[in-house]
Design a protein around this ligand. Structure first.
Ligand SMILES: Nc1ncnc2c1ncn2[C@@H]1O[C@H](COP(=O)(O)OP(=O)(O)OP(=O)(O)O)[C@@H](O)[C@H]1O
Length: 305
């Protein structure tokens, strides 16, 4: 319909599998042209949510609107607007890359005269031109992932959904996949499910944090980071944690929170002013000290604990 800024609207989505509530009254609006990351612990409900948006699963209750169209009433329309790269793209192993793309282009009704140029363009985009006439079963995981991306893009959908697109890839190939996603930014509305916090932080306009079927919060990485106490995290590793005077540390004005994990102290500070004095409390027990700005990983650990 293209009349509003909202491209995907999830309204009160609930889904259970037997006794397990995979999604619990989930509400989220995704804007046109936005790249939203979904992060969450294992079993949080990310894949279930994606499969509902792609009409692979039916929710028990709630509605999903894709560009104003209901996934229940206008399933063919909404499906045609989405390109989906599943966690493990199920590519037809005995097909050659080019033939696979041709098959899906025909399936999605790409006009006949557009098919070959579209395939050439996509093979170029994912850097697979040289392997276009090789069979999928001769490809590495990274190459399959690239063909999977080309397949998701074949009908030029306005929405792309990626489920763990860089999982199990070497760092260089993962970077190539991230740069494909970056190239598509603004042009497409995209959902990226990932366990890599740095990936979400680098790529996404907004990040939604899920835990046990519930959406805990959604916002820009900066907004989410501002929710973690303090501007600086001061980490101290000591050789005898029980002998450290914890109250003395908590009484410093700049200390907002303190977490102790084994022999590591994670102290959230609102300024660096008292770092030297706090270090003195640890005296000769200090093995190492470091400081860092809060990251999305800290947000995640904080929110889901
Ligand atoms: N087909 C199914 N049958 C039974 N239970 C399911 C099914 N699909 C998902 N679940 C359950 O629903 C919950 C959410 O699973 P989901 O795969 O959506 O999580 P996820 O956030 O994608 O997890 P991960 O990060 O591990 O991929 C889990 O408890 C899972 O066991």
């Amino acid at each position: 319909m293209g009349l509003t800024d909202t491209m995907i609207e999830l309204d009160s989505i609930t889904k259970s599998f037997g006794g397990i509530k995979a999604l619990n009254n989930l509400k989220l609006e995704i804007s046109r042209g936005e790249l939203i990351g979904i992060i969450g612990s294992n079993g949080a409900g990310k894949t279930t949510l994606i499969r509902i948006i792609c009409c692979i699963l039916r929710p028990d209750s709630g509605e999903v609107l894709v560009d104003g169209y209901s996934i229940h009433k206008d399933q063919i329309k909404t499906k045609s607007m989405i390109g989906y790269l599943p966690e493990e793209p199920n590519l037809y192993e005995r097909f050659k890359a080019r033939d696979l793309l041709k098959y899906f282009a025909e399936l999605y009704g790409v006009p006949k005269q557009d098919i070959d140029p579209r395939i050439d363009e996509l093979l170029e985009l994912v850097d697979m031109t040289e392997r276009a006439d090789d069979k999928i079963n001769t490809f590495s995981k990274g190459m399959r992932q690239r063909v999977g991306i080309a397949r998701a893009l074949i009908h030029d959908p306005p929405i792309l959904i990626f489920d763990e697109p860089t999982m199990g890839l070497d760092p260089a190939t993962a970077n190539t996949i991230r740069s494909f996603i970056r190239k598509l930014k603004g042009d497409k509305t995209m959902i990226l499910c990932t366990h890599y916090m740095q990936e979400a932080e680098e790529l996404c306009d907004r990040v939604a944090v899920m835990n046990r079927g519930t959406l805990l919060d959604a916002g820009t990485p900066d907004y989410l980071k501002s929710k973690v106490h303090g501007d600086v995290i001061f980490n101290v590793i000591v050789n005898d944690p029980s002998s450290v005077d914890k109250n003395k540390i908590r009484n410093f004005k700049s200390v907002e929170a303190m977490d102790i994990v084994g022999d590591e102290f994670h102290i959230s500070l609102n300024s660096r002013a008292e770092i030297a004095s706090i270090t003195d409390v640890f005296a000769d027990k200090v093995l190492s000290i470091s400081t860092k700005e809060p990251t999305l990983e800290d947000v995640f650990i904080n929110m889901v604990k």
